[in-house]
Ligand binder design. Sequence first.
Ligand code: CA
Length: 225
Amino acid sequence: MRILITEDDKEIRALMRSTLSIEGFEVITATSISEARAILKQNLPDVMVLDLGLPDGDGTSLVNELRQHSNLPIIVVSARHQEEQKVRLLDAGADDYLTKPFSIPELLARLRVALRHRGTHLAAAKTTYEFDQLKVDLQAHNVTLKQQTLHLTPTEFNLLARLVRSAGRVVTHRQLLTDVWGPEYLEHTHYLRLYMAQLRAKIEDNPAEPHYLLTETGVGYRLAE
Ligand code: CA
């Protein structure tokens, strides 16, 4: 498994290189967007970790370029003050993010999910999913919780299905509004809040402390695995 780490901080780069090498990754590093772009032109890695604070930009154009022809998993690493840039990259097609400081187990968990999703739209589509006590059959439109059938409205089901298809990964507000309601609903974030509250009321034991439908503040939602 080849991983490209684009990070200008020498210490973080060295730490990621040594830990990921131990985990069995073949590690390639770049210190800027232009260097990453040059590497990507020669040979696509299996996954890329992309720091947001790089000397020559935030990588939005790089992600846009890549998404024209590749589904290379991209994990964005951001600092706390880079919320807007982070969301922009996720909307452009990055797979997930980590906020600094993050732990190595967190990084590995994100990498595992991103790699598992790689190419899923090409593979034979999986239609049944199980998350703890929640079972979702996307084809039969059937959802059960603790073996009881849940009655969801079509919009509730579509919202849940969108999160199920990206299970374990963050899905941005913009992606959810576009995919569930349509691009003309991008400003209607209150729809999303309303339907998420309804879904949680049906699925969660305690909607205030969700076990399945997690909030990613300022970014979107994530279905826990
Ligand atoms: Ca940096």
